[in-house]
Write a protein that binds this ligand. Structure first.
Ligand code: HEM
Length: 394
């Protein structure tokens, strides 16, 4: 700083260098954390197949029971945290995804599930703090909805860390994913002018869902049913007001996104009905239906729909659309229909095959998204090279 109080050239140079060094570090963190979350997804899929009874190597003794934590926290929690840190744009906010990513790694490596749970719980606390900053910047219905999702995740993680079995707290993790995604829909789709007429039913259904979550631990029969009714109401609300009903008549990527959104809302409604119907009667088949209609049908449909929009913002690389995307989408829904029908009829064979096909659908999604990113990168490289060659030849 000069005596006049204006920054001297060398001080501003140093500040600029520090800033670009910080950006460089954050630039390295993003792909690393993203890789950890994809590793968590792959490990969770393997563990899912073990849980279905497919005869596969166990890899490590704790992997079998880490399926749910790896899916919800290791994969989705890390992904959602990094997305929020990118949106916030502050170096310190990356503490949350880093903790979640390292926690996911601890779960995959089997170095003691409580270490993984502790790191992930701290990471979810970090996400709540990040949302505090986001709400200070923009207090809106969508930011508050997503922040409530982060709080639900923190509550679920504290119960998990305290040793409560997943079957007694899974609804808090469900709350995390449902509220985060519904909040993102409000943000991304610019729903047709939210007025009092449609805002109130949304707040009512979300409120019902939250009250259900809050009482599901002490009074599961009532709490799970109320949460189910809330999900059903949210699904109907989304089907009624989301622009997807209109954009489904358009073409290419816009239609693909709309098809996945509408399919996702359908599954959220089916899940809500399942929770309403079965309540706390959590037999293997009921539990499977209540979990996976929401987690696979709703959550993964939304991931399929949002991937071409969200991946570029997180990775800095565009995803080029291809009609091949429908392959993983159709396979996911057909295999989930098989799995849900088998859950209802008590067919163990259909449940196992439905689950295996779910895994294949997700793997196809990972492969086709990776290929679309590579294609787009090659195209932009080709464009640059072409421009240079053209420039030289002139
Ligand atoms: C992709 C294919 C998947 C397969 C094959 C699969 C398989 C399974 C199986 C067989 C169970 C045991 C059900 C029971 O005990 O009654 C289970 C539980 C669970 N799954 Fe999945 N699942 C898949 C996807 C997902 C996804 C996408 C999520 C979350 C986003 C998820 C989260 C959970 C959770 C939280 C549990 C409860 C775990 C527990 O009680 O310890 N699953 N899964």
């Amino acid at each position: 700083m000069s005596r006049t109080g204006t920054p001297s050239a060398s001080a501003s140079d140093t500040a600029g260098e520090t800033l670009s060094a910080a950006r460089l570090k954050v630039g390295y963190i993003r792909p690393l954390v993203l890789l950890l979350s994809i590793a968590a997804l792959l490990a969770a899929l393997w563990a899912g197949l073990l849980r279905l009874g497919w005869d596969l190597p166990a890899l490590q003794p704790e992997l079998y029971s880490a399926h749910g934590p790896l899916m919800v926290c290791g994969f989705l929690g890390t992904l959602i945290s990094i997305e929020r840190s990118v949106a916030l744009g502050k170096g310190w906010s990356y503490t949350s995804p880093i903790l979640c990513g390292v926690g996911a790694f601890a779960l995959i490596a089997g170095v003691g599930s409580s270490i993984g749970a502790a790191l992930i719980t701290l990471g979810s606390l970090g996400l709540v703090v990040n949302f505090g900053a986001i709400i200070r910047r923009q207090a809106a219905l969508f930011t508050v909805t997503m922040a409530l999702g982060a709080v639900a995740w923190l509550v679920g993680n504290c119960l998990w860390l305290a040793g409560i079995p997943v079957i007694r707290m899974f609804f808090w993790w469900t709350g995390f994913l449902v509220l985060t995604i519904v909040g993102e829909r409000l943000e991304l789709s610019r729903l047709t002018g939210l007025g009092d007429g449609n805002r109130l039913p949304f707040i009512g259904s979300t409120g019902l869902f939250l009250i259900g979550l809050a009482i599901a631990l002490p009074v599961p029969a009532l709490g799970l049913r109320m949460a189910g009714l809330g999900m059903l109401a949210m699904a109907l609300w989304l089907l009624r007001y989301d622009l997807a009903r209109r954009t489904v008549r358009q073409k290419t990527l816009t239609r693909y996104i709309a098809v996945n959104l509408l399919a996702g809302y359908f599954w959220l409604g089916v899940g809500g009905l399942g929770w309403l119907w079965f309540g706390d009667n959590l037999t293997t088949f009921h539990y499977d239906l209540m979990l996976h209609t929401v987690f696979l049908g709703f959550v993964f449909s939304m991931i399929f729909a949002h991937a071409p929009i969200i991946f570029p913002s997180v990775t800095g690389r565009a995803v080029s659309y291809s009609p091949v995307f429908y392959l993983h989408s159709v396979l996911l829904h057909l295999s989930l229909l098989l799995r849900a029908a088998s859950d209802l009829s008590g067919s163990y064979t259909g449940y196992r095959w439905g689950g295996l096909l779910n895994v294949i659908a997700i793997l196809l999604f990972v492969i086709s998204t990776g290929r679309a990113i590579a294609r787009e990168a090659a195209r932009s490289r080709g464009f640059t090279l072409g421009t240079v060659v053209h420039g030289v030849s002139r």
